[in-house]
Design a protein around this ligand. Structure first.
Ligand SMILES: Cc1ncc(C[n+]2csc(CCOP(=O)(O)OP(=O)(O)O)c2C)c(N)n1
Ligand SMILES: [Mg+2]
Length: 341
């Protein structure tokens, strides 16, 4: 069973920052939408409505809220296969997102991508990438393109702790630093890559130290604390904008569910999972909102109802969608003419 040493760098935690009702409503509403949407997706998977791979980010909602909240719509986002939360906060509507999970033609990627390949060019959301660390060189390329075209935008690149074992992680950090490209690298460190604990595949488990090795300013934050995470992400994004160079933000978090829908979870103890669940980002934030009387009990209930209603409407949208006609299945698979001819 995995045992973890405390990382060398302490994670930033929030220190009593004041909360305003509008922000509380936004953050709680977004986290609840992700939670209810994914709980429903798990149910629909068991019912056979959703097939293929399905990776849930339940427990990691604060990271989505923080990372996406630091951006403007002119910025680019490159994500992983655990991306429903990122997509929802970025503004991909729940209906097309759910329809994509169903594989319907009204899905965000026209039913061609499924859960791991949510794509929305209008929101500069460039996947949904199934390959571990596969999005990282793409993010560096997007930032390079922006630099060459003098577009004043930054690119946020999300990746898991498992990605740090890949060559693409090192190549991407190195080039982004060497060429001073505006990339905000956001590591969702949930301490596991499928069934392998971080300290079973990395000699150095402090991911900020890997960023520092490439001379990238790197900070770790408590990813279960939406207030701290959002504050640090905002500073990180501002620094990328101001300096034009990269930044690495390590968000220390935990997934409460299995890696995907097929995973007996033999690599971690129930006690460990329960311990992390006591720091559920939604519960923690709701407690803080109640303690400071930022929102009333009725407002809190209404937020949860809205998240459930939006999820139900998304399911209805997906159910009403059509399958792509069989005659179209080969469309867009191969170019009609070779560009080299
Ligand atoms: C290059 C590559 N190798 C292996 C896999 C199989 N695989 C899928 S998910 C995963 C674990 C990745 O873990 P992490 O990056 O920590 O992300 P998390 O699932 O924890 O969000 C692996 C090894 C893959 N998709 N791509
Ligand atoms: Mg992981």
């Amino acid at each position: 069973m995995a045992t973890r040493e405390a990382p060398v760098t302490a994670a930033v935690t929030s220190v009593g920052a004041a909360l305003d009702p509008a922000t509380a409503r936004t953050w709680l509403g977004q986290m609840l939408l992700i939670r209810r949407f994914e709980e429903k997706a798990a149910e629909l998977y068991s019912a056979g409505k959703i097939r293929g791979f399905l990776h849930l980010s339940i427990g990691e909602e604060a990271v989505s809220v923080a990372a996406m909240g630091a951006l403007t719509l002119a910025d680019n986002v490159v994500s992983t296969y655990r991306e429903h939360g990122h997509a929802l906060v970025r503004g991909v509507p729940p209906g097309p997102l759910m329809a994509e999970l169903f594989g319907k033609a009204n899905g965000a990627s026209r039913g061609r991508g499924g859960s791991m390949h949510i794509f929305d060019v209008s929101r500069r959301f460039y996947g949904g990438n199934a390959i571990v660390a596969g999005g990282m060189p793409m993010a560096v390329g997007l930032a390079l393109a922006d630099r060459l075209q003098q577009r004043p935008a930054i690119t946020t690149c999300l990746f898991g702790d498992g990605a740090v074992a890949e060559g693409e992680f090192h190549e991407s950090l190195n080039l982004a630093s060497l060429w001073r490209l505006p990339v905000l690298f956001v590591c969702e460190n949930n301490y596991y890559a499928m069934g392998t604990a971080l300290d079973r595949h990395q000699a150095e488990t402090d991911i900020t130290r890997k960023g520092a090795a490439y001379r990238i300013p790197s900070v770790a934050v408590d990813g279960m604390d939406v207030i701290a995470n959002a504050e640090v992400a905002r500073h990180a994004a501002e620094q990328v904008r101001r300096s034009g160079g990269p930044f690495l933000l390590e968000c220390r978090t935990y997934r409460f569910r299995a890696h995907s829908m097929y995973d007996p979870e033999l690599y971690r103890s129930k006690e460990e999972v329960e311990q992390w669940k006591r720091r559920d980002p939604i519960v923690l934030f709701r407690e803080r909102v109640e303690k400071d009387a930022v929102l009333t009990g009725a407002e809190l209930e209404a937020l949860d109802r809205e998240a459930r209603d939006a999820t139900d409407q998304a399911v209805a949208f997906a159910e009403a969608g059509e399958w792509e006609p069989v005659a179209d299945l080969l469309k867009d698979v191969q170019a009609r003419e070779s560009p080299c001819a």
